[in-house]
Ligand binder design. Structure first.
Ligand SMILES: Nc1ncnc2c1ncn2[C@@H]1O[C@H](COP(=O)(O)OP(=O)(O)OP(=O)(O)O)[C@@H](O)[C@H]1O
Ligand SMILES: [Mg+2]
Length: 317
């Protein structure tokens, strides 16, 4: 398969901060990659290098086989970018913004107008298309941003935290739009803080921390990386919690959590079926009455916290 987005050994430093420190990725044509990582991990820096807005200190990057440093103009013709900050003009209306972006991508006046109409319809912007975009809500502006990035119908689309700050319904709507872009065969790289988003949209998830890739795989592979299942035992009354905790602890591979409110004991355990029988048996023998008993895969959130280690000291970067 051909790479639509390729990065190798990218380095970008700001003074003493190594925002990218040997960063690499490879997104085949038509696939969706989610770049996931904590604040300051280097996600936006990677997007800015890949979209020709920033020159790397070392390493190389290509879009559809074209080098971003050697031929930025050709690269720009193939990409659409929705940055973390909005790029639309607050004073212009939604429609004017889209037409302007169309003109900037060298569409004729007429083609720009037609394309703007199409995108207004597609992203449900009709109702406020004639209002200055400064009057838009966060979700409406995000949709306008996304529409603007698609004006020239680019085969490769970059979305930097497309749903940050959106309410669940707007987020879901945006997911639908991204899924549709993927169905059209576009290659998409999106950055996100939300594991659920990566889980929903991405073929591959790349976990980045301190400017480096710390893990990569399908959402399922990443979850398997956490190595085990999570056992959840719910008991009928609070007086059974202590016994349950002791029994679960004996087989746990990590910390056992007890919720008195939910009457629940949770712990990571090895993925072994006979172990469950054993635990069940011990609980029965100890007179614990169960309201629930399940073994589940770890969530991406649990994987994320495991793989990116302890939170950085010194607060938010
Ligand atoms: N223009 C700049 N000057 C100095 N340092 C910068 C600059 N841009 C980014 N950095 C630093 O580079 C590191 C990576 O920043 P980047 O914006 O790529 O992170 P991010 O993963 O996008 O974070 P977030 O989730 O908060 O958007 C951070 O430590 C940041 O402070
Ligand atoms: Mg960012």
């Amino acid at each position: 398969m051909t790479s639509a987005i390729l990065a190798e050994d990218l380095v970008k430093t700001y003074g003493r901060v190594r925002a990218l420190d040997g960063f690499g990725l490879d997104v085949p044509e038509g696939k969706v990659l989610a770049l996931l990582g904590p604040n300051g991990a280097g996600k936006s820096t990677a997007v800015r290098v890949l979209t020709t807005l920033l020159r790397p200190d070392a390493g190389r990057a290509e879009i559809m086989g074209v080098d971003v440093v050697r031929d930025p103009t050709a690269v720009r013709r193939m990409i659409g970018v929705t940055g973390q900050q909005t790029s639309v003009d607050a004073q212009l209306t939604g429609r004017e913004n889209l037409e302007m972006f169309g003109r900037l991508s060298r569409l004729s006046r007429r083609a720009a107008r037609a394309r703007a109409d199409e995108l207004i319809e597609r992203f449900a912007l009709t109702e406020f298309a004639s209002r200055p975009s400064r009057t838009y809500s966060g979700g409406q502006r995000r949709r306008l941003d996304l529409a603007a990035s698609l004006i020239a119908g680019p085969p490769v689309v970059f979305l930097d935290e497309p749903t940050t700050g959106l309410d669940p319904r707007s987020r879901f709507g945006l997911w639908e739009s991204v899924a549709e872009l993927a169905r059209e065969g576009r290659t998409i790289l999106l950055t996100t803080q939300y594991l659920e988003e990566a889980d929903n949209l991405a073929d591959t998830v790349t976990l980045v921390d301190h400017g480096r890739v710390v893990a990569q795989g399908t959402p399922d592979e990443l979850k398997a990386l956490a190595g085990s299942g999570v056992l959840e035992v719910v008991v009928r009354s609070a007086d059974m919690l202590e016994k349950t905790e002791r029994i679960v602890e004996a087989v746990a591979t990590g910390r056992t959590e007890v919720s008195e409110r939910l009457l629940r004991v949770t712990a990571p355990v090895p993925d072994q079926a006979d172990l469950l029988g054993e635990v069940m048996h011990s609980l029965g023998a100890a007179g614990v009455r169960l309201a629930g008993f399940s073994l589940r895969r770890p969530t991406l959130d649990e994987v994320f916290l495991t793989l990116t280690g302890e939170p950085e000291t010194g607060g938010v970067r």
